[in-house]
Design a binder for this molecule. Structure first.
Ligand code: ATP
Ligand code: MG
Length: 246
């Protein structure tokens, strides 16, 4: 569904992503983990076309997204991608229902239909009693569930979540975890989650570990997260994987 190939990204002379390639299949939850500064958010933003890479390709069901014109790209994003961030990023002056309805209205749905769809989603996420609450009038867990409803409103092909449980206590974290699991199991929703939360990562079908702008290949014993910084790091790891896994 989503194919990211040979992505490079620098900020000034800081090379943040170094030749990242990754494929996300339909209906899978992929977790991206790794130390702070590894480049996880940058990768997620590039995968979600919120940021452009310096080089490389992001292709979505065969359509190349890099280089697409802004207007076309934001329409594409609105239709196909949902986003959940660590800090909900709901609009403070709007109610939960309005916040959820907005992306649908931007996508061309009538206000009446969008508000109805928003109410249904909020009800499904246990927020039927909170439709008319503004973000400041909700708990952190409620706000994050509202943000998930907003991400779902246009039936996206893929959801990108950056530390979705990062600002929540453990019971709210478990709740968000259950919602993501349910979305995959019930609807076959494709989800990419950047997280430091090992329990959330554990629901993933695949866990991708990043360090220092690269993806570490999976090995049974966890790799030294820092790598050795050597140019042949990935090549070296392939041999290691060959010995340990296959
Ligand atoms: N807009 C920017 N301008 C300059 N440097 C940036 C910018 N965004 C990110 N960086 C740098 O790029 C590196 C990777 O950042 P990124 O946010 O992708 O890390 P991360 O893995 O998500 O970390 P965390 O777990 O702390 O969220 C960091 O060193 C960061 O300081
Ligand atoms: Mg981050």
């Amino acid at each position: 569904m989503l194919k990211i190939s040979n992505i490079y990204k620098s900020f000034g002379n800081l090379e943040v992503l170094k030749d990242i390639s990754l494929t996300i299949g339909k209906g899978e939850i992929v977790a991206i983990i790794g130390p702070s500064g590894a480049g996880k958010t940058t990768l997620l933003q590039i995968a979600g076309t919120l940021e452009a890479p310096d080089r490389g390709s992001v292709s979505f069901n065969g359509t190349e997204l890099i280089g697409m014109k802004d207007k076309k790209l934001s329409e594409f994003r609105n239709r196909n991608m949902g986003f959940v961030f660590q800090f909900h990023q709901l609009l403070p002056e709007f109610t939960a229902q309005e916040n959820v309805a907005l992306p649908a209205m931007i996508g061309g749905m009538s206000k009446g239909k969008a508000m109805k769809r928003a109410a249904e989603l909020l009800e499904q996420l246990g927020l039927g009693e909170r439709l008319h609450h503004k973000p400041a009038e909700m708990s952190g867990g409620e706000r994050q569930r509202t943000a998930i409803a907003r991400a779902l409103v246009n039936d996206p092909e893929i959801i990108f979540a950056d530390e979705p449980t990062g600002s929540l206590d453990s019971s709210n974290r478990r709740e968000i975890e259950g919602i993501f699991r349910d979305l995959r199991d019930r609807l076959g929703q494709t989800i990419v989650i950047v997280t430091h939360d090992s329990s959330l990562a554990a629901i993933a079908d695949r866990v991708i570990e990043m360090a220092d702008g690269r993806i570490l290949l999976p090995v049974v014993d966890s790799l030294d997260a820092g790598g050795d910084g050597g140019e042949d790091f990935v090549g070296d790891s392939v041999e290691e994987v060959g010995e340990t896994v296959d």
